[in-house]
Design a protein around this ligand. Sequence first.
Ligand code: ADP
Ligand code: MG
Length: 584
Amino acid sequence: MFEATKGLGSYRRLLAAVQPYRPIFLGSLLGMVALASTEWVLPALLRHLVDDEFGKDLGRYFLLLPVVLIVLFFTRGLMSYVANVGLNALANRVVMDLRAAMFRTLVALPTRFFDQRTAGEVISKFTFDVTQMTQAATNCLTVLVKDSFIIVALIAYLVYINGRLAVFLLLVAPPTAWIISKVSRRMRQLSHRLQGSMGAINAVIEEAIGGHRDIKIFGGQDYEIGRFERAINAARKFTMKVVSTNAATEPLVQACIALGVGLMVMLALREAARGSITRGDFVSFVTATAMLLPPIKRLTNMNENLQRGLAAADSVFALIDEPIERTEGKAPLAAIRGALEFRGVHAGYRDSPVLSEINLSINAGEAIAFVGPSGGGKTSLVNLIPRFYEPTEGEILLDGQPIAACDLRALRAQIAYVGQHVVLFNDTIYHNIAYGALRALPHAQVLAAADAAFVTEFVAPLPQGFDTEIGDKGLRLSGGQRQRLALARAILKDAPILILDEATSALDAESERRVQDALTKLRPGRTCLIIAHRLATIEGVDRVVVIEDGRILEQGTHGALLKRGGLYAKLHALQYESAERADF
Ligand code: ADP
Ligand code: MG
């Protein structure tokens, strides 16, 4: 619905967003137009009163007029209600649609996108920018339709009373328009910066919530408070710049209008002296002119809203248009064996290359361990397999088929993954194991996976068992419990390729050994890629690949590498020594 179309500005796209709700839209427009087109009735009534009724005998209008007034205000109230509620119903639907479209893009964005932005920045697009945009749109629409109709209706009425006078009012229009157009550009720039500062505020709050323990231990309160105050101060400054630019424009515009009105009153008095207008005409004319001012004022203010809304729309549509992951491709064979091959793979992040010239053949069903100093590129390497990142050079083949040509969903369906940072969702233990596509699996299978990852043993004593809510990011669990949950999820997926990135690092030696046993039982029939620092945990794998500085340094079986006396042997000796020392 919100697809980018070349040459269409934010205006048109917003209008496209309204399309599905045309009946509500037209209804509220109609309400506004009806409301606006009765605006002239009041000055007309006054004119009639002054010229025809005032000071005369109580005629037949004595009772009729109040009734007319009451009916008039009642129907106007009704129309105003329809217009208001209709417009807001529409705006809120559009907010919902936009947020849904943004979220659909969000979950399909490549990992790269998230590397470059703070969560706060993205969240403020969903909260602040969308509402800014629709509020502005609602406001502008009201002004544009209702107020311009009021203005047209009143001016038409003025022309009807006395054309020459009315023309004077129109002379004010060009200079006013000129001032407004001058200010527009600055307004929009300021609004963009205001949005940026809202994102910064969110980002600091996010970090303060996520890192509250570290903030306390390392005495970061003052630093964070300072950072936050700078962010809110920046937001205040930008808001003030918007306000002051607007406030400076307004008197200028009002002065133009006052000039016009002043001249008009002068002329009106002259016309009256010449006898070409009646008292009633005069009263009615001045009333109608006075009634013109509020809508004109709103019209001149509209610019602020419009620019703010357009700036917000730019930000919202930019997220919706953000290129999502390329998912199309031929689906990999239904029965994947799980043979992987890296052919001259280079990869990296933005400007920093990490992996270079990786050539590696992994047989179907092989268990392979990646070891090496941290920062060497192990995580970066395994992240290429589910295509979180794409290689800059070379290719990766799955069962002989380039994964770049695979359907992304189908590819990922073949991979179970426990990342270096365990990710849990604010849900029950059960649903953290049976997450996403796994939700459909039978209960018994979920429990079996929980058993295999030793989740059951810490869940059993809990009063609500598997239905226990684990809190935001699983904060109500210990680190080891979280890892076991993530493992259970991977076990439940039962995919031909299993990637474990330091997946047992937070477990105590005892649970680690047991989880390891469980994983060993899982290994047959699937390709396992295991990254581990504790070398003792990977002794049983078929092959060890040592990675340093983004290159494969050496590879072979545990025994062969020990004999070779290279980096692996050195790492092994170090750990063995420290383990011995720990025994004393
Ligand atoms: P390992 O898992 O072996 O410890 P990584 O693959 O995590 O190493 O990191 C390899 C290098 O890539 C490091 O120098 C790290 O700074 C860099 N790196 C990792 N992730 C990112 C990222 N998302 N953006 C930019 N650089 C990254
Ligand atoms: Mg890593």
